[in-house]
Design a binder for this molecule. Structure first.
Ligand SMILES: [Fe+2]
Length: 268
């Protein structure tokens, strides 16, 4: 699966997130407007790219690797009890997930995606009972199929307290759930959205965290609040989880805490 963001997306997110004008960016990076435009038009300018990355507080070595197509998401083998569904939304795809306790066959859906057919098929194939639907945030692409999943399974849905959704129970930071032998902890990590919630799952062969649009392999969801505190809360809330933790992002390929700690350009 392709990375969610290319270097131009990443540079754009970092510039917009910090409210930096083109003029200020050129000044700090000590480059001319033609060089900036040249990079934006996709031309290879390693020296200018290096300066721009540094001026934006990004890891220049990782951005260079991406420019050279030497940055890849890790190969991740999902443990038994986790299924990923990638569903289309305009010209992008949205991921949603099903996690279950292989012993009791009780399951949790994370987000709803744009087409729940594959989720219904997985519930049937593995003979699972859906106990809960938990939402990472309220953006439309992640909740499109919520009503259909609710109607068909009658599972109760939960949404972040700060992003209320009709007929969903609120989830608070630090709240725990038990579903069969799984323990799920909600961590509120605002930045991309006000109530963005990461769900940490324990009880599977490997720890797993569903991260929504908080962090992607090689990127983050666009930050809409104050830049530094948002990145700090991702660092403190996600990158401190056990390094082997598999991250299940709302867009793009699977990754791990160790990989993003070592290589995500937003975390120098
Ligand atoms: Fe989002």
């Amino acid at each position: 699966m392709k990375l969610e963001d290319g270097i131009l997306d990443i540079l754009g997110k970092a510039q917009k997130g910090q409210g930096i004008t083109d003029r200020d960016l050129c000044k700090t990076a000590n480059i001319g407007v033609p060089e900036l435009n040249s990079i934006r038009s996709g031309r290879r300018e390693p020296a200018a790219l290096d300066r721009i990355s540094r001026a934006l507080g990004l890891r220049a070595d990782q951005i260079a690797d991406m420019a050279n197509e030497a940055w890849q998401a890790p190969t991740v083998a999902l443990p038994p009890g986790v299924a990923m569904f990638s569903t289309p939304f305009a010209d992008i795809t949205v991921n949603h997930y099903l996690l279950w306790d292989p012993a009791t066959l009780k399951a949790v859906a994370v987000d709803a995606g744009t087409d729940a057919d594959a989720l219904f098929a997985a519930l049937e194939r593995h003979k699972l009972t859906l106990a809960k639907i938990v939402l990472t945030h309220g953006h439309g692409d992640h909740v499109l199929e919520l009503d259909r999943i609710r109607e068909k399974t009658e599972a109760p849905a939960f949404a972040p307290e700060a992003e209320p959704i009709a007929d969903c129970k609120p989830i608070k930071n630090g709240q725990h759930f038990k579903v069969g032998g799984l323990t799920i902890t909600a961590h509120t990590i605002p930045g991309h959205s006000v109530g963005g919630t990461v769900y940490e799952f324990r009880g599977l062969e490997t720890p797993v965290a569903a991260v929504g649009d908080v962090i992607f392999a090689g990127s983050v969801g666009g930050i809409r609040s104050r830049w530094k505190p948002a990145l700090e809360s991702i660092r403190a809330g996600v990158l401190t989880l056990p390094p082997e933790t598999i991250l299940l992002p709302g867009h793009g390929p699977l990754t791990t805490v160790a990989h993003e700690k070592a290589r995500n350009p937003f975390f120098p």
